[in-house]
Design a protein around this ligand. Structure first.
Ligand code: SAH
Length: 370
């Protein structure tokens, strides 16, 4: 597999006739049984809002049954498949965050609990879904028992109204609630500040971002390892989050292009840049999907997303390495920081023909030269 294969959407035949459903390994909602349970178990009345659609199985299924559907998705990777499914099945797909949905506008809302994004984000998504409903509208939620389904369901009942669990399949649960109350949204934004390279930086964050409340120590180690950059040096930050790498680099005078898949992270990065009067070119991007082929950089930095457990490096992290190679100028340098147990060396060696460990300790910083 290479970068082109990473970006390719996979068409899957479906039981609902001569149609294809497009998906992508690694994207939210790909081959995820929570989505299948929700798509099959839900009944739609009125317009449907799908608030964690991923690649779009729930929206797709409802649209095929003639429902009017709006799907709002924050991940660019998922959105690229979702958009294609929206064209195919006839629903509307929008890039956005759950709490940006219109209020009092839908008869039905569907939500696969985004528990992997933390409890604050999940609670907000549930409330946002309820706020989008007209009084008496129904909210369908699907989730995993071992990922806190019972707790979120209980919380949802007290915030929204009557509800019941309608399906239990192995570890999965499906429940429906009826809107009696219009819940409030708590304050979304948080902030924290850190001293980095003798400079006081303020970060502003939305729920669900990586390393909220403090800069990740691996990111700090990467920053300490980087050589001085001449002002104006073009630097690419892959998976920029709220900007733990982008801000200090921009403060050093680098011309930073920051790519980020997740909209909550991207908005946090934009707000953080503003707050510190710094500038960067911020793009909503699935790996390098927002870069043109000919855009090249002198330095690429990343603290890539990973899966703990097992020896498998996530497809996305592999694609980061390939994208770094593709967008570095000759002689350009790629710095990656990771946990020592993650085996990036063979992949970087195979991609660049060289790799060296420039710092080790709690984390390791690897360098490949183009
Ligand atoms: N650079 C930041 C964030 C590192 S965590 C820091 O040092 O704090 C990795 C980041 O990669 C996350 O913000 C995650 O949302 C982002 N990411 C995950 N998949 C991605 C993809 N397909 N394309 C771009 N970014 C992605």
């Amino acid at each position: 597999m290479g970068l082109a294969a990473y970006h390719r959407l996979t068409p899957m035949p479906t039981p609902l006739g001569p149609f294809y459903f497009y998906t992508k390994p690694g994207a939210r909602g790909h081959a995820d049984p929570r989505y299948a349970l929700l798509a099959e178990g839900m009944e739609v009345q009125g317009r449907l809002l799908d608030l964690n659609p991923g690649v779009g199985l729930v929206s797709w299924t409802a649209a095929k049954k003639e429902a009017e559907v709006l799907a709002i998705e924050p991940s660019r990777a998922a959105f690229l498949a979702l958009e294609k499914n929206a064209d195919e099945a006839g629903f509307t797909a929008r890039a956005g965050l759950p709490w940006e949905a219109p209020t009092y506008a839908f008869g039905t809302a569907a939500l696969v609990l985004p528990a992997e994004r933390g409890s604050r984000y999940t609670t907000l998504a549930v409330r946002a879904a309820a706020r989008a409903l007209m009084p008496g509208g129904r909210l369908w939620i699907a989730g995993e028992k071992k990922k806190g389904f019972d707790r979120y369901f209980k919380e949802a009942k007290s915030a929204i109204g009557y509800g019941q669990v309608v399906a239990r399949e192995k570890g999965l649960r499906l429940a429906v609630l009826e809107k009696e109350n219009h819940p409030e949204l708590p304050e979304l934004w948080r902030r924290f500040s850190e001293e980095i390279e003798g400079r006081h930086l303020v970060f502003r964050t939305l729920p669900g971002v990586f390393s909220e409340g403090r800069v990740d120590p691996a990111s700090r180690m990467l920053l300490e390892t980087l050589p001085r950059v001449e002002p104006g040096t073009p630097v690419l930050d892959l998976g920029a989050g709220y900007g733990a790498l982008t801000l200090p680099l921009a403060a050093r005078g680098a011309r930073v292009t920051a790519l980020e898949d997740d909209l909550a992270s991207l908005r946090s990065l934009e707000a953080s840049l503003m707050e510190n009067h710094l500038e960067a070119d911020v793009r909503h991007s699935d790996v390098d999907s927002a870069l043109r082929e000919e855009e090249k950089f002198a330095i690429v930095v990343t603290n890539p997303p990973f899966h703990v457990g097992g020896s498998v490096i996530l497809d996305v992290a592999k694609a980061f390495v390939w994208a770094a190679h593709r967008h570095l100028e000759t002689g350009g340098r790629f710095y990656l920081v990771a946990n020592p147990f993650l085996k990036y060396e063979p992949l970087m060696e195979a991609t660049f023909g060289n790799v060296r460990s420039v710092r080790t300790g709690r984390y390791k910083v690897l360098l490949s030269v183009r």
